[in-house]
Ligand binder design. Structure first.
Ligand code: CO8
Length: 261
């Protein structure tokens, strides 16, 4: 249900395409298991510096698979491990870019929000329509994040409006409110996401991983704890060859050659 390949001039970008067109890339357990395997593989491949996740031109993902959930009970959700693998992406140490063309609804929007950067095609639509089918974003015991990440990304008022009405927002609105960082013509979106991933992959993998961890730590904690973490992590970069090389190259007016040491 997914396609994977390595992209970029140096083959250092892990590329994942959700590929379940008949069900509009509805996120079922099998698809998420395959996604987890792909992330495991790219994460352990030392040549890969960043990962891009996309869908098709028409659809990123239409949410969790409603047919799979139709007869689910509270007891099964609570006691079983239904969707337990879904948050794997939030534990990925390498940067993940979501390239969203078309609909990103429900779990699809949540999947995009679990990524580090979201780029959108100009016809993309983001929404949390769970209220229309009698539930709420996020599912019962799994932290998919619709009610938590969306308000942090777009502000409380817009998040409430989206979550309580099920109405979606356009790519332009998503850009305006900060949910996505850039909007591109649909046909250019994937290339642009890969270009950014290539750029990140060419930097020190140590610095990139630490920077990602520092931002995410700050996102989930108080400002003072975040600042303390940042200071410690900043200090730790002075134990790396890459920090010395980066600063030396700047002083010598040349391009740095990072070795990930
Ligand atoms: N689950 C299962 N099948 C789906 C889903 C879905 N979410 N969405 C579409 N499909 C299927 C349809 O049933 C249909 O199949 P079939 O041909 O067998 O009847 C096929 O895809 C095509 O769908 P439509 O005919 O509806 O296509 P349209 O172009 O008319 O509409 C829409 C496209 C607007 C995207 C529409 O399909 C839609 O509204 N889909 C449902 C959206 C939704 O409610 N999503 C929320 C689901 S709940 C959820 O995501 C909870 C989050 C859980 C946590 C996740 C953590 C990552």
């Amino acid at each position: 249900m997914i396609l994977t390949e390595k992209k970029g001039e140096k083959q250092n970008v892990g590329f994942i395409q959700l590929n379940r067109p008949k069900a509009l890339n509805a996120l079922c357990d099998q698809l998420m298991a395959e996604l987890q395997d792909a992330l495991d593989e790219f994460e352990t491949d030392s040549n890969i510096g960043a990962i891009v996740i996309t869908g098709s031109r028409r659809i990123f993902a239409a949410g969790a698979d409603v047919k799979e959930m139709q007869n689910l009970t509270y007891q099964k959700c609570l006691l079983g491990d239904f969707l337990a693998r879904w948050t794997r992406i939030t534990r990925c140490k390498k940067p993940v870019i979501a390239a969203v063309n078309g609909f990103a609804f429900g779990g699809g929007c949540e999947l995009a929000m679990m990524c580090d950067i979201i780029y959108a095609g100009n016809k993309a639509k983001f929404g949390q329509p769970e209220i229309l089918i009698g539930t709420i974003p996020g599912l019962i015991v799994f932290c998919a994040g619709g009610t938590q990440r969306l308000p942090r990304a777009v502000g409380k008022s817009l998040a409430m409006e989206m979550i309580l009405t099920g109405d979606s927002i356009s790519a332009a609105e998503a850009k305006n409110c900060g949910l996505v960082s850039k909007v591109f013509p649909a046909e250019e979106l994937v290339n642009e996401a890969v270009k950014t991933a290539e750029k990140i992959s060419g930097l020190s993998k140590i610095a990139v991983q630490l920077a990602k961890e520092a931002v995410n730590t700050g996102y989930e904690t108080s400002l003072s704890e975040g600042l303390h973490f940042e200071k410690r992590v900043f200090h730790s970069t002075f134990s790396t060859d890459d920090r010395k090389e980066g600063m030396t190259a700047f002083v010598e007016k040349r391009k740095p050659e990072f070795t990930d040491n």
